[in-house]
Every structure is written in structure tokens, then in C-alpha cells.
Design a protein around this ligand. Structure first.
Ligand SMILES: Cc1cc2nc3c(=O)[nH]c(=O)nc-3n(C[C@H](O)[C@H](O)[C@H](O)COP(=O)(O)OP(=O)(O)OC[C@H]3O[C@@H](n4cnc5c(N)ncnc54)[C@H](O)[C@@H]3O)c2cc1C
Ligand code: SF4
Length: 466
């Protein structure tokens, strides 16, 4: 270990831009056995590893699995990293590492942080390729839990319940499982085969999956409460925020999720809509987060004539992953900072011809600690466009069954719960992920799912004989 002087930080190699733009395949090639060990050897094994305690929302045992893989013990590294995480190969790919574990790494200060994310993804990829399997006991208790929603929060809750031998039935309204891992995050960031493999593991471990089943429509929530010992709600938050500007309901203005889901449905060879095509069009995306980056990079791959991203703050204050912003720049996306939308410009024939914008300035920080944005008087101008995509964040959609069941909700429809256990105010009902904390990250949804699973295990099994 401590090889950080001789060994430089090495990021996984990326597919050439000219090839990338013709494909939705993942752009990174992760590490082989030799490189993963050499990268892990750089860890200095700090006494108080901030990567684990401050950086990682799952408090992954990062130094321990780095040590194991540096010593070429793939099985130990695999089991350790899968102990605290329900899908390390997914999080190693799509966590915003620079803001989390790698941002907290001691070596980030001058030497280059350990490549924690890519090492994490590589360990589990290499282990599965080598035929290693995760230990599940099979369903050994007579308790049964209903998990509503098959996104990261639901997967995580199901994973830890199955690890404890508790039966799980998962209900998903969509035709494929995975939540935003399947129909939101594009394949160039996360290969869909990886999500499919996780569901195969959960099913082998004893989980029953009900697709095309919306709770509150196809099946009453009251029936779940009657038939199961506990219910976990991981409903997500995918109601796109509007900009509140003139003509934003024009048919050439798309909501980010509608656009991304439609492309993904075509790639899955499911029914999809031709009218979301951007081929040969000048596309303008509004927003600066992960969703906006996914939209701009998808539009480039879909054959847009040009793709421009408008963001009201500056590059430094973009909320999305730095890595994905740089990838978008490499792929030819034009970024315009300090620009706020003011209206959609429509000609006499009713066609969208541009977006009216204002220049902005950053003022002093607001209550959330982020610098406020003010618009500059007299700076109005129009940016030509054929298609505008709104990627301005998401709200939790109010689910009537939640209200009917008396589950407490907040101002933004987010489900209320105990922050330590994920228990709601209703007996037997637990929650977590975006529907509870507001649109956030895959890793925080995974942490919430694990938190609820631990509380459910405690509540259901503590009376059982050893
Ligand atoms: C385009 C995009 C890109 C993103 N990129 C990243 C990224 O790179 N890294 C990152 O960490 N995070 C990213 N995120 C955020 C991340 O995807 C979410 O925070 C995460 O998926 C939340 O997980 P969840 O399980 O709470 O919800 P979801 O993933 O939304 O899953 C909820 C599931 O519940 C189902 N459901 C809802 N109601 C019902 C019902 N009544 N009955 C049955 N099923 C129901 C839904 O159909 C859905 O499948 C991105 C988000 C988007 C939109
Ligand atoms: S889960 Fe995310 S934050 Fe935690 S170690 Fe993995 S990449 Fe880092």
C-alpha cells in the first residue's frame, strides 16, 4: 500500500468521441485485475478515513476493500464491498465521486484521489466475470414484505431483506424494473445489462417481481397492508418542474424525463413516439444537473444539428457531476452560463423558433448556502432553437393512496418518516429514496433502502427465537 508516489491516479480509459456519438454503449472501460490492484495500492490507509465516514452515504468500508484488492484477494474485496452496498458496480459507475468519497480522500489534496468509484465498479465486475456469487440464505422466515417501486431504494431494501432470509414481493408500475436506473439514466453512463443482472440475483434469492402493477390503481394499498407484514414505499420523484415561462406548454418543449424515457423505450424495442425526434434540430436544454447532462448527451447521439445547454449560474456552481459535464463538452455540447429562460419564442405559424433569455449575476448566498441569482435589466435576447428541453429538477408526485392511508407528507408531497429508521407514522409502513428526501442520488436512495430494511428486520424478527 501507500504507492501513491510511484503510481499516478489513472482514470478508466474512455471510448473515442467519434465512436461514442454513434452509440449508447458505456464510454468507460473499467480496470483489469492488474490495474485495479495497482490503483488500490495507492491508498495510504489513513487512521480516520474520511472517504468512509464523511464521503460515502453508505459508509462503505473503502480502505478495507482497497487493501484486499491490492493484495489480489478478489473474493474478499467483492464480499466486503457488497456487504454495505446493494449494488457497488452501479454506484462505482454513477456516483458523483468528486463530491463524495473521492472528494473526501486525503490524497485529493495534491496527489490525485484514489480512483474509488472505478475500483469499486471493477471489483464486482471482475468477481461476477470470475463466477463469484453473493451469499443469500433463501427465504427462511415466515415474514413477507411488500416493496413498492423497483428503483434503487426498493432494490436496496429488497436486497438486505433477502440477505436476512425475509421474503420479498416487489410491485412496479412500469413494464421493466429499475426505476431511473432503467428509464432515466442513459446506457452510456450505465449499461442496462448490469441492472438486469441485479434483478436476476434478487429473483434467484427468492424475490417475486410484479411488473405493470401500480399500487393505488391495479392493487389497493389496503390489500398490501392486510397481506404483508411490512410495506416499503420507494416511489421516486419524477414530476418534472416547469420553468413558469410563456409558451412552455408548446409541443416542441419537452420535459427531460419524457425525452429520455422515449429514447430508452426505442432502444429497448418497446413502443415509443416519433414526435420526440431531434434529428437535424437545434436543441436547447435548460438546467445544469445530471438530468440536463444526460439530455444534452442523448440529443447529440440522437442526431441533433446542435445542442446548447443554458445554466443560470456558472460552471463552478453546476450541481451535476463534473465528470459528466466534461464528457458533454468533449462530445460537442455548447454551454452558456449566467443565462435564465424568459419565454419560448413562437412564430406566426405556431413554430418554436427560439428561447428568450436574460443574463444573470450571482448575488450573496441564500438560506441554502448557494449564491442567489439575479437577472440583469436590459439583457433580454433570443437564442434560436427548434426544440427546448426542460431539465429543471423533479418534485414528488402526490399519490392519493398515501394520503388515504394517513401517511404524513410534507409541503412538497414528500413522505414523512423517522430519519434513523425510515418508519412512517403508520404501523408497518416504511419509506426512503426520492419520494421521501426529494430528488437526490442513487447512493442516498440505496442508503435509505438499507436503513428501512434494518428497521423492518428489527421489527419483524426481534421476537423470533434465535
Ligand atoms: C435523468 C436522470 C439522471 C440521473 N443521474 C444520476 C447519476 O448519474 N447519479 C446519481 O447518483 N443519481 C442520478 N439521478 C438520480 C437518481 O436516479 C435518483 O435519485 C434515484 O433513482 C432515486 O431512486 P428511487 O428508488 O427513490 O426512485 P426511482 O428510481 O424513481 O424509482 C421509483 C420507482 O417506483 C415506481 N412507482 C412509483 N409509484 C408506484 C406505484 N404506485 N406502484 C408501483 N410502482 C410505483 C416507479 O415507476 C419507479 O420505477 C438521475 C436522475 C435522473 C432523472
Ligand atoms: S457508493 Fe458512491 S460514495 Fe460510496 S464509495 Fe461507492 S462511489 Fe464512493
Amino acid at each position: 500500500m501507500q504507492g501513491f508516489i510511484e503510481n499516478q491516479r489513472q482514470d478508466p480509459s474512455k471510448e473515442d468521441v467519434s465512436k461514442r456519438l454513434h452509440s449508447f454503449d458505456e464510454i468507460y472501460a473499467f480496470f483489469n485485475n492488474r490495474v485495479v490492484a495497482r490503483q488500490a495500492e495507492r491508498c495510504v490507509q489513513c487512521g480516520d478515513p474520511f472517504c468512509t465516514s464523511l464521503g460515502c452515504p453508505l459508509n462503505n468500508a473503502i480502505p478495507q476493500w482497497l487493501e484486499a484488492i491490492a493484495e489480489k484477494d478478489l473474493q474478499k474485496a467483492f464480499l466486503l464491498s457488497n456487504e454495505t452496498s446493494p449494488f457497488p458496480e452501479i454506484l462505482g459507475r454513477i456516483c458523483p465521486h468528486n463530491r463524495l468519497c473521492e472528494g473526501a480522500c486525503t490524497l485529493d489534496d495534491g496527489y490525485g484521489a484514489i480512483t474509488i468509484g472505478p475500483i469499486e465498479a471493477s471489483i464486482t465486475d471482475l468477481a461476477f466475470d470470475a463466477g463469484l456469487r453473493l451469499p443469500f440464505p433463501g427465504v427462511i422466515h415466515d415474514k413477507k414484505v411488500a416493496v413498492v417501486g423497483s428503483g434503487p431504494a426498493g432494490i436496496s431494501c429488497a436486497h438486505y431483506l433477502l440477505r436476512a432470509g425475509i421474503g420479498v414481493e416487489m410491485f412496479e408500475r412500469a413494464d421493466l424494473p429499475g426505476g431511473l436506473l432503467t428509464y432515466g439514466i442513459p446506457g452510456f453512463k450505465l449499461d442496462k445489462k448490469i441492472v438486469k443482472r441485479r434483478f436476476a440475483i434478487l429473483r434467484q434469492a427468492g424475490m417475486t417481481l410484479h411488473l405493470n402493477t401500480e399500487i393505488g390503481r391495479d392493487l389497493a394499498f389496503a390489500d398490501l397492508l392486510k397481506s404483508y407484514d411490512a410495506v416499503f414505499l420507494g416511489l421516486g420523484a419524477t414530476a418534472g418542474k416547469q420553468a413558469g415561462i410563456k409558451n412552455e406548454d408548446h409541443p416542441q418543449v419537452f420535459m427531460a424525463m419524457d425525452f429520455l424515457t422515449n429514447v430508452q423505450r426505442r432502444l429497448y424495442e418497446r413502443d415509443w413516439r416519433e414526435d420526440y425526434s431531434v434529428v437535424g434540430k437545434r436543441v436547447v436544454v435548460i438546467g445544469g444537473g445530471d438530468t440536463a447532462m444526460d439530455c444534452v448527451r442523448t440529443a447529440m447521439r440522437e442526431g441533433a444539428e446542435s445542442v446548447t445547454c443554458l445554466y443560470r449560474r456558472d460552471e463552478e456552481n453546476m450541481p451535476g457531476s463534473r465528470k459528466e459535464y466534461h464528457n458533454a463538452v468533449e462530445e460537442g455540447v455548447v454551454f452558456m452560463f449566467h443565462i435564465a429562460p424568459d419565454g419560448i419564442d413562437v412564430n406566426k405559424q405556431g413554430q418554436l423558433v427560439g428561447i428568450d433569455v436574460l443574463r444573470t449575476e450571482l448575488a450573496s448566498p441564500g438560506p441554502d448556502g448557494r449564491r442567489q441569482v439575479t437577472t440583469v435589466e436590459g439583457s433580454e435576447h433570443c437564442i434560436p432553437a427548434d426544440i427546448v428541453i426542460l431539465a429543471l429538477g423533479f418534485d414528488v408526485q402526490a399519490a392519493p393512496f398515501v394520503k388515504d392511508a394517513g401517511i404524513s407528507t410534507g409541503r412538497w408531497n414528500e413522505l414523512g418518516c423517522d430519519p434513523v429508521t425510515g418508519r412512517t407514522n403508520q404501523p408497518k409502513v416504511y419509506t426512503g429514496g426520492d419520494c421521501q428526501r426529494g430528488a437526490d442520488l442513487v447512493v442516498t436512495a440505496a442508503a435509505d433502502g438499507r436503513r428501512a430494511a434494518l428497521a423492518i428486520m428489527h421489527d419483524l424478527l426481534s421476537g423470533e427465537p434465535e
